[in-house]
Design a protein around this ligand. Structure first.
Ligand code: ATP
Ligand code: MG
Length: 458
């Protein structure tokens, strides 16, 4: 325990020191400045006995400064003064002193009061320490609670996401079964609608006025048959996925097909770029259905950019080493991915939940198809035991400005940024097979379909 006695008179100082010595260490100062210096030193006192009238800085000023400084404000100050007027006491206590003793004083009283204040200080310090500890504990508990809440929220979100996925899968399954049943029955009936006009036309003279309506019946029958075919695909009946397929080959064949030529004519301001992975792994699949899926993805992309834009098709070998979360959750394994991106208007989160449903379309009926395109893609991917991911950002479609020097892989990203960040990317994951191509497919030179920066503009 250390006491500091501050008094300008040597005799008083010595007397006080003698009284205080019995309580422990006691230091003395002859004025306010020295007292402040000691109070702020590395070995500060536990209590200060302060005279008021002193040359230079008086006791009041010293007390004011002690209380104003964070380092010394907690040290109890007791005024010891010959000033015995009430206003002096009021002033001293008002400055933050804990006590006021008037001279002449009894040594025993001074010692007793000092002891009381030292005791009080000890308890106060202890209390403060307790409060500090408790606050730290509470802060920690609070942080823990916050972390637990976040964790629970995350778990709930994950649960919701899985439920949505499950509901989506169940819904697609139910719709698929229904569509498949209808398609199966219609398929048989349509045989007559398509075949009989053919026979009738053969028997009919060239100039017969009935030829035209019969031809219309035949055309309608063929259109219906195409829809039924799509329905059968999405109902996933009878799709054989046993052929060893090189996806690069399927995409490149599509790019030289008649359908693609027609698409180019319809969308003269849409540019297409490709980035085919050399040494792409093979997959087991159905070339016809894969090709239809690519066609659907590309035509949707083009249709999403009525004022022009960019489509980017790429293939990749990808090893997924831990389950990948997305529209579908992709399990671990080796995959070949097919990505089709566009810089179009994008799809809202609510619509994304529906785009794979058969007959869901936002397009004007008649001009485009029936809303079966994405349903066929879904069915095909599921038949191939693959997964789909969709990333989309909505925005107003506008054609991006691009430099010819941009790297292919960066182009669509840059194009999407340039177009306000909007656009859609479909990524299809197909499990790799170790089987080798058996047909002459492998003979097609990769040069024939490597990304040449083809353009729908031609
Ligand atoms: N790349 C895309 N960008 C924006 N919207 C898309 C894209 N792909 C699909 N969609 C949305 O999904 C809906 C369903 O697509 P889907 O291909 O199944 O039908 P459709 O294109 O409307 O008609 P169909 O393909 O039968 O001609 C579309 O109407 C469109 O709103
Ligand atoms: Mg479509």
């Amino acid at each position: 325990m250390k006491t500091l006695v501050v008094d300008d008179e040597l005799v008083s100082r010595k007397k006080m020191q003698r009284i205080m010595d019995t309580l422990g260490e006691c230091e003395a100062a002859e004025n306010g400045e020295v007292a402040l210096k000691i109070a702020m030193s590395e070995n500060p006192p536990d209590i200060i006995l302060l005279d008021i009238i002193m040359p230079g800085m008086d006791g009041y000023e010293a007390c004011r400064r002690l209380k104003a400084d964070k380092r010394t404000s907690k040290i109890p100050v007791i005024f010891i003064s010959a000033q015995s007027k009430q206003e002096d006491e009021t002033k001293g206590l008002g400055l933050g002193a804990v006590d006021y003793i008037t001279k002449p004083f009894s040594p025993a009283i001074v010692r007793a009061r000092v002891q009381i204040h030292l005791e009080l200080k000890k308890h106060r310090d202890h209390l403060e320490e307790l409060v500090k500890e408790r606050t730290a504990e509470l802060t920690k508990a609070n942080a823990e609670l916050r972390r637990e809440i976040e964790e629970r929220k995350r778990a709930e979100e994950e649960q919701k996401r899985l439920e949505t996925q499950l509901q989506r899968a169940q819904k697609m399954e139910a719709i698929g079964t229904l569509a498949g049943g209808v398609a199966h029955d219609l398929n048989n009936i349509l045989g007559g609608v398509i075949n009989y006009p053919e026979l009738l036309l053969m028997e009919m003279p060239e100039e017969s006025p009935l030829r035209k309506p019969i031809l219309t019946i035949q055309k309608s029958g063929e259109k219906a048959a195409a829809i039924v075919q799509d329905l059968l695909t999405l109902a996933r009946r009878g799709v054989a996925v046993s052929e060893v397929v090189d996806l690069n080959h399927i995409v490149s064949e599509y790019l030289i097909s008649l359908e693609y030529e027609k698409l180019k004519e319809f969308h003269p301001n849409v540019k297409l770029e490709t980035d085919f992975k050399e040494d792409l792994s093979n997959i087991l699949g159905s070339p016809v259905h894969l090709s239809t899926s690519i066609m659907n993805l590309v035509s949707n992309a083009a249709e999403a950019m009525p004022e022009g834009g960019k489509i980017f098709i790429s293939t990749q070998n990808r090893y997924i080493d831990q389950p990948l979360r997305g529209y579908d959750d992709v399990t671990e394994g080796d995959y070949v991915t097919l990505t089709v991106s566009d810089t179009g208007a994008g799809i809202s989160p609510e619509d994304i939940e529906k785009i794979f449903e058969p007959f869901y379309t936002k397009k004007k009926m008649g001009r485009s198809g029936t809303g079966l395109g994405m349903a066929v893609v879904w069915g095909t991917v599921k038949d191939h035991k693959g997964y789909i991911d969709v990333q989309s950002t909505e925005g107003k479609a506008r054609p991006p400005r691009l430099s010819a020097r941009d790297l292919p892989a960066m182009r669509v990203r840059k194009a999407r940024r340039a177009g306000g960040g909007q656009g859609t990317t479909f990524t299809l994951y197909f499990p790799v097979t170790r089987k080798e191509l058996t047909k002459d497919r492998s003979l097609v030179s990769i040069q024939d379909y490597m990304g040449k920066g083809e353009s729908i503009q031609g």
